[in-house]
Design a protein around this ligand. Structure first.
Ligand code: HEM
Length: 225
């Protein structure tokens, strides 16, 4: 991919897609399908845009295709604190309020990266609330399945938070990576680490992450090797 800009004249090339595009900075109509959809067609990450006003961040827009057990359609329009309403522990410990303060102080162009993890059965990326009937049953049955090490995946989200210089909004990008337990087990340090984390994770967090029915089976398999 190549990006070149002179004044407001921009050129974007994506050789994988055979795309060579001239567009004008500040003119949304010069991008096919508008800026948000176009961006979504060029990067692997899910995208959320949070505007800042009334001393809070608001989830105003996004293009989300790989939600991990939440619904963008339900959350859009909520404040940062409301979006995190279902997460256990983080409110008593003021983690989300402090994260919001940190994000609101990001200066134009500044960025920050964090990771988040959960688990997914098979290589399914879309585990949104909307598609719950398609994937929820697997969580209940995978613990008994001899194919568990190949079916169960550690799901890591690499999240970037970027303060956009012009509108001042915060861009939240989520890139999702999946790796089956059978591959994790090939690296002894990863196998041990994940095996212990799964064994020790407090029950409310395991329940929240949706892994409580298979985490002991997964941990036992990892640590027995
Ligand atoms: C600014 C953009 C962000 C957005 C739009 C966002 C959105 C979300 C959503 C939708 C969930 C799932 C909630 C549910 O279960 O319904 C979540 C989970 C979570 N978020 Fe954020 N988040 C953002 C940034 C952050 C930051 C900066 C932190 C740092 C503390 C954070 C911490 C967490 C934690 C700890 C969870 C629980 C995840 C788990 O244990 O599986 N988030 N977030």
């Amino acid at each position: 991919m190549f990006f070149h800009r002179e004044g407001n004249a921009c050129r974007w090339q994506n050789t994988l897609q055979g795309l060579d595009l001239d567009f004008t900075f500040g003119d949304d109509g010069s991008l096919p399908m508008g800026p948000l959809r176009f961006l979504g067609s060029q990067i692997q990450d899910d995208i959320a845009v949070l505007d800042q006003h009334e001393d809070a961040l608001w989830l105003d827009a996004g293009l989300v295709t790989f939600a991990a057990d939440w619904s963008f359609g339900f959350d859009v329009g909520m404040k940062f604190l409301e979006v995190h309403g279902p997460v256990p522990r983080v409110h008593e410990e003021q983690i989300i309020a402090r994260a919001q303060q940190f994000l609101m102080r990001l200066q134009p162009g500044e960025k920050y990266r964090r990771t988040n993890w959960t688990m997914t059965v098979d290589r399914r990326l879309d585990t949104s609330t909307e598609t719950y009937p398609e994937w929820a049953r697997d969580r209940a049955t995978v613990a008994e399945d001899p194919a568990l090490p190949d079916r169960l995946h550690l799901r890591v989200e690499v999240q970037h938070l970027i303060r956009l210089p012009r509108p001042g909004a915060v861009l939240f990008l989520v890139r999702t990576h999946l790796l089956p337990l059978s591959d994790i087990a090939r690296v002894p340090a990863w196998r041990e680490r994940l095996g212990h984390v799964l064994a020790e994770l407090p029950e409310d967090m395991a329940e929240y992450k949706g892994i409580s029915r298979y985490r002991n089976a997964a941990s036992a398999w990892l640590l027995a090797r």
